[in-house]
Design a protein around this ligand. Structure first.
Ligand SMILES: Cc1cc2nc3c(=O)[nH]c(=O)nc-3n(C[C@H](O)[C@H](O)[C@H](O)COP(=O)(O)OP(=O)(O)OC[C@H]3O[C@@H](n4cnc5c(N)ncnc54)[C@H](O)[C@@H]3O)c2cc1C
Length: 475
């Protein structure tokens, strides 16, 4: 009889191009999948209903994919240290395999599971899968973690990238007796878990939808990516972030697709556009490497002068920001896009985040948490990196940036299309005035749209003053 290998899925909800799963299949034909609904994750106060809905959808698809491959994906619900170790023991698994993660909680969890397996005498193995180059492969000349993106990119791009690995196929299933193990549950819906998300997801869950989206993006938009990616009213980006967060698509497949289209590019312009997209994949890796090596980033600012920053933390202002009622249309449109779709365009993530921190002077960690409560692609490393970068507390070569919401609108939503899409009550406003941020008071009153809750110029000055003072304290 073949030995049984249990493959523990976490943020790799696919059977194609999955390093750990392929290794398990290489070792034995009897590979069974497992997913653990972990209360320590699901009961946190920053879990987005849209994200859980996408994840459960991916798990449904993954169960189908396992069935097609001849095996099964088992669902358990408890702390992984109990659930995974007991499952492996009850199934008499020879070994448990999984793919590694960079997040501090994941690392502690995996260590606890490794110890529990060791005690039971069950083998285990883990693999790097979610990154093209692992955090151990890339470091500065003196062996340190990169804290500035450009040198990271220059080094990262030169490193060889692995090719996709084979899809799980012709696996052996559990016997009827093995299947009777009581700890396995049916896959619940997101609603069963207490998460209600009624709106459509931008990208449907599962491997096929992610592969189709990648195909569409490389066929159409990638060659104009650099030119279009900053305009939030265009569909100029891949919208693959949730698929990459949950591993509905393998990063090697994504890289391979971008490389193929790069090799076929017919002009320098096309190549430059494609390379800009590859640089975004490198940003994803940059932040994950940073999180792996500097886990304190998850809870504290990278730059010391942001510790004890004199934030204003006005609750009413925070509420207005969350609801998209600040009186700054581009900020409000962005927040409403987030609330309604669980996704926000990258340019708008920067504008909305900058406004919260630098105009409202609210602690970036409040914003970081709110984004996690809403984003269906919410990812600790990318979200934390994005917030710290925007707040100027993080890894940015430029020490202080300030975004003017009006100047950003003029540049990136010059006709006010994005604003009108997300703030329907402003559709009748004069487009030029809308973009310039001068909406007539009587119109605002008639449609119940607020006047700006703060004055950008005054707030900019005040933020700079506090920033300078804080820097002096720490110099
Ligand atoms: C304040 C703030 C918060 C953010 N929070 C998240 C988050 O929780 N999850 C998340 O995946 N991204 C986050 N980002 C990064 C970025 O906004 C999204 O990855 C991007 O908008 C997703 O859209 P896309 O898939 O169409 O991206 P594309 O432009 O098509 O980029 C391709 C992929 O590259 C990665 N990527 C792109 N930009 C970045 C970046 N700046 N940092 C890290 N990875 C990047 C993503 O995986 C993305 O899917 C955040 C950015 C900011 C400024």
């Amino acid at each position: 009889m073949s030995e049984l290998i249990l493959f523990w899925h976490r943020r790799d909800l696919r059977i194609d191009d999955n390093i750990g799963l392929a290794a398990a299949r290489d070792r034995s034909p009897k590979v069974v999948g497992a997913f653990c609904l972990d209360p320590q994750i699901l009961e946190r106060d920053d879990v987005a209903p849209a994200r859980v809905t996408y994840m459960i959808g991916c798990l449904q698809k993954l169960q189908q994919r396992y069935a097609e491959a001849g095996s099964q994906l088992l669902i358990v619900r408890d702390l992984p240290v109990h659930a995974i170790a007991s499952l492996a023991e009850n199934l008499k698994a020879k070994a448990v395999y999984w793919n590694r993660d960079v997040e501090p909680y994941a690392q502690q969890r995996d260590e606890a599971v490794s110890n529990a397996l060791k005690e039971k005498g069950i083998e285990f193995s883990s693999f790097w899968d979610q990154l093209l180059n692992s955090p151990e492969q890339i470091h500065t000349g003196i062996g340190k973690v990169y804290t500035i993106y450009t040198p990271f990119w220059k080094n990262w791009r030169r490193k060889p990238k692995p090719a996709p690995v084979a899809t799980l196929a012709n696996a052996e299933n559990l016997t009827a007796e093995e299947r009777e193990w009581a700890g396995i549950i049916a896959l619940p819906t997101a609603k069963d878990l207490g998460f209600i998300w009624e709106n459509e997801l931008l990208l449907p869950p599962g491997e096929k939808a992610a592969q189709d989206r990648l195909g569409l993006f490389v066929d159409r938009a990638i060659e104009a990516y650099q030119e279009q990616r900053d305009f939030p009213y265009m569909e100029g980006t891949s919208m693959l972030s949730a698929a990459l967060k949950f591993g509905a698509i393998g990063i090697r497949r994504v890289w391979e697709a971008s490389k193929e289209v790069y090799e076929q590019a017919r002009s320098d312009r096309s190549s430059a556009n494609i390379e800009t997209w590859q640089k975004e994949l490198a940003w994803r890796e940059f932040y994950q490497h940073a999180m792996y090596h500097l886990p304190s980033l998850a809870t504290a600012p990278y730059r010391p002068h942001f510790k004890n920053f004199p934030w204003e933390n006005n609750e009413a202002h925070f509420q207005a920001w969350c609801e998209g009622k600040t009186g700054y249309p581009i900020v409000d449109a962005a927040m409403r896009q987030l609330n309604e779709t669980g996704w926000m365009h990258n340019r708008c993530r920067m504008i909305a985040a900058s406004f919260l921190v630098k105009d409202l002077m609210i602690d970036w960690q409040w914003g970081e948490k709110y984004f996690m409560q809403k984003l269906y692609d919410g990812d600790l490393s990318a979200n934390n990196g994005g917030w710290q970068w925007t707040a100027s507390s993080g890894m940015d070569a430029q020490p202080m940036r300030m975004m003017n919401p009006i100047a950003q609108t003029v540049k990136f939503d010059p006709e006010g299309e994005y604003i009108r899409q997300w703030i329907p009550e402003l559709r009748s406003a004069d487009p030029e005035a809308l973009v310039a941020g001068y909406i007539r008071e009587d119109l605002c009153a008639a449609v119940d749209y607020p006047q700006p809750i703060v004055d950008h110029k005054l707030r900019q000055r005040e933020f700079k003053r506090r920033y300078k003072q804080q820097k002096q304290l720490f110099s």
